[in-house]
Write a protein that binds this ligand. Structure first.
Ligand SMILES: [Zn+2]
Ligand SMILES: [Zn+2]
Ligand SMILES: [Zn+2]
Length: 407
């Protein structure tokens, strides 16, 4: 069992070698074994803390490090000058060095040196631990220490052992260009999708807005629709899509109701189609004092996980070609016979395709797997619709399944 003043990183607990961070009360040593700075300096920099106290059993006793003249406690500003012979020193901050009144003291201000040099405290102030102590201590890497600092932001009492607990700093593995099999693929992609879902939920749930003004109407289907503008907040833009679920509330009237976004008006109003029993009790005489928050749904992320599980246990869940292409295996290029390529690519009722859209449609019809990318507004949707049209014309019996992350 380590004493309370043991270094929170490595456990070293020689009183002469540790200092207390005044802000969080944690102790750190002045050793640097596997880190570019000593443990105390690494911590102060990462936590943006800057005040420390020496241990009561250290050679200088329990001392808060501060400027003798102005009381500045920022250790990154502090230095010392020798005074009246070499055995006594005075701590002064960088700012006070230039004050004329200090010029009159019997101090050699030109000999001022910072207390922290090369990312550790000067050893006469906080000793470097003995080599045997360093070797016996926990060997903390910069990477582990960074994770521990992150963890302390949520749980100040966390220890190095908590880093091993699943869910904490269970770093996901990076995506690969090649996977052994579907199981391997799922193992890597599953945790990434989970993280993405979590991030999406946080972003959506942060988008709640109060002080909303509502106007009421009915939709063509006779359903109650609320129209309102969701203003941008300083935290960032609102990303609300058609189909998203929102909860409209009026706390003063004790009413709330869930609905789906049906669209947007030219005045940038959201049209929310209400549903459920509360929809019929909508306070249509009120227009102010409403708030809106986003009801997050995991559906699309759940579907991704289900699809990947199927893919991992059943390699016939997709064609052999797709199976190997998804996993990044070498597959001979397949070309679909040119007979099914139409002469005319533009589709009746849709905008005329430009040259690069025609190239894209042709490429898709000729190969089993294609990727089309383009900035917003370059006509990916028209291109996709044209592809669906041609695919469905190729064979009356063939089925075309269209999937998209939004409608
Ligand atoms: Zn701290
Ligand atoms: Zn340490
Ligand atoms: Zn000062």
């Amino acid at each position: 069992e380590l004493p309370p003043y043991a270094c929170a990183y490595c456990g070293i607990h020689d009183p002469a070698c540790v200092v207390k961070d005044n802000k969080d009360g944690k102790w750190f040593c002045n050793a640097r074994s596997k880190t570019p700075g000593s443990h105390i300096v690494m911590h102060l920099v990462r936590a943006r803390h800057r005040e420390v106290t020496l241990h009561k059993d250290s050679p200088l006793g329990e001392t808060i490090l501060e400027c003798y003249n102005c009381g500045n406690r920022n250790v990154f500003m502090l230095g010392f000058v020798p005074a009246q012979g070499d055995s006594v020193v005075v701590l002064l901050c960088r700012e006070c060095l230039h004050l004329s009144k200090l010029r009159d003291m019997n101090w050699d201000l030109d000999k001022w040196q910072p207390l922290i040099d090369d990312r550790s405290f000067l050893p006469w102030l906080v000793k470097y631990p003995a080599e045997k102590d360093v070797n016996r201590s926990r060997q903390v890497t910069t990477d582990q220490l960074n994770k521990l600092e992150m963890l302390w932001k949520q749980d100040p009492n966390a220890g190095l052992e908590d880093l091993m607990k699943p869910g904490n700093t269970d770093e996901p593995q990076p995506a690969l260009l090649r996977y052994d099999d579907g199981y391997h693929f799922q193992n890597i992609l599953g945790p990434l999708i989970k993280l993405e879902a979590e991030n999406d939920r946080k972003m959506k749930e942060e988008q709640s807005r109060s002080g909303i003004t509502v106007r009421w109407d009915f939709g063509l289907n006779k359903k109650r629709v609320a129209f309102f503008v969701m203003h941008q907040s300083s935290e960032g833009e609102i990303k609300i899509l058609v189909g998203d679920e929102l909860r409209l509330k009026n706390s003063a009237l004790k009413w709330e109701c869930v609905g789906n976004v049906k669209g947007f008006t030219s005045d940038e109003e959201v049209a929310l189609e209400l549903r459920g029993k509360s929809a019929s009790r909508a306070p249509v005489d009120a227009s102010i004092g409403f708030s809106v928050d986003v009801v997050w749904k995991a559906t699309s992320f759940d579907r991704m996980q289900v699809a990947m599980r199927t893919f991992s246990v059943d390699e016939t869940s997709v064609s052999g070609y797709l199976y190997h292409r998804i996993l990044g295996h070498d597959v001979s290029q397949q070309v679909i016979s040119a007979a099914s390529i139409p002469d005319e690519f533009s589709v009746p009722g849709l905008p005329e395709l430009n040259h690069s859209q025609i190239v894209a449609v042709k490429a898709v019809l000729e190969s089993p797997l294609s990727l089309i990318q383009g900035p917003p507004g370059t006509g990916k949707t028209v291109t996709s619709a044209s592809i669906v049209y041609h695919l469905s014309k190729q064979s009356r019996s063939a089925k075309v399944l269209v999937c998209a992350p939004s409608n």
